[in-house]
Design a protein around this ligand. Structure first.
Ligand code: AMP
Length: 123
């Protein structure tokens, strides 16, 4: 483990176990992508590894090369499936306390469908 221990009760672990539904966008052996329940842009899809990784910190430290490759390729596939490749999109991984991470299972947000403005909001 790199950082805090993985919590099997987190909401994305429950989605992976099929205990709660999701609106699936893409799936392969290592990765699942589904629509964010509170979209903040016309396209707002979450991409998660199926393995038990708390955060990008944890994933970068412990994941296998096959998992990392699948994750990055899945992000590209999601951008294509959602039709935002050409107009552009934003990939965001909130990490840890200062990153504002709420769900302790690694996820990246894929945002698109409109101009997304400056990189950070102030609050
Ligand atoms: P973060 O702040 O980066 O941890 O983002 C967590 C994201 O998970 C938020 O954008 C939530 O809207 C989203 N979320 C929480 N619960 C669900 C759920 N059951 N299905 C889909 N998205 C969810």
């Amino acid at each position: 483990m790199s950082g805090p221990a993985y919590d099997d009760t987190n909401i994305f672990a429950r989605i992976l176990r099929g205990e709660i539904p999701c609106k699936k966008v893409y799936e392969d052996a290592h990765t699942l992508a589904f629509e964010d329940i509170h979209p903040q842009a016309p396209v707002h899809t979450l991409v998660i590894p199926k393995g038990k990784y708390v955060s990008m910190r944890d994933f970068a430290a412990r994941a296998g090369d096959d998992e990392i490759a699948a994750f990055v390729r899945a992000i590209g596939k999601v951008a294509a499936l959602k039709g935002v490749e050409d107009d552009g999109f934003r990939v965001l991984a909130n990490t840890g306390i200062n990153g504002g991470q709420e769900v302790p299972h690694l996820h990246v947000h894929v945002f698109g469908g409109r101009p997304l403005g400056s990189m950070l909001t102030r609050n």
